[in-house]
Write a protein that binds this ligand. Sequence first.
Ligand SMILES: [Cu+2]
Length: 147
Amino acid sequence: MSRNTLLAALLGLAFTGPALAAQADHVKVEHAWIRQLPGDLPAAGYADLVNEGDAPAVLRSASSPAFASAMLHQSSHEGGMNRMSMIDHLDIPAHGRVSLAPGGYHVMLMDPAKPLAVGQKVPLRFEFADGSTLEANFEVRAANAGG
Ligand SMILES: [Cu+2]
């Protein structure tokens, strides 16, 4: 993180501080699940984010008490190579939806506090640009589970 990015993040927190407790009540999380991978491979969180509001929602980050690290990622397939890159925001259009799904957007989940068990529900929290947050339980599924 560059010095400027850090500064922007700190200022952003300062400005949105009073709104931090607000719930993102126009956005719903559906079909939330986590793909568990063997060994030390990171798990990935998938869900449909549905915006029922009249304004776009801008997802900025995700976190979970069950993982030391959660990052918004985008997978892409270019020239026969699978790539993943970090994204710093994800727009959910007004009255629209965005799917986090295998091969596309996902929440990369690293360093679990304890091993995941298939069927377990894991809380994830989404943070939006307006300072609102949204929590949902993600069900852990086996590595070979489909979308
Ligand atoms: Cu990833």
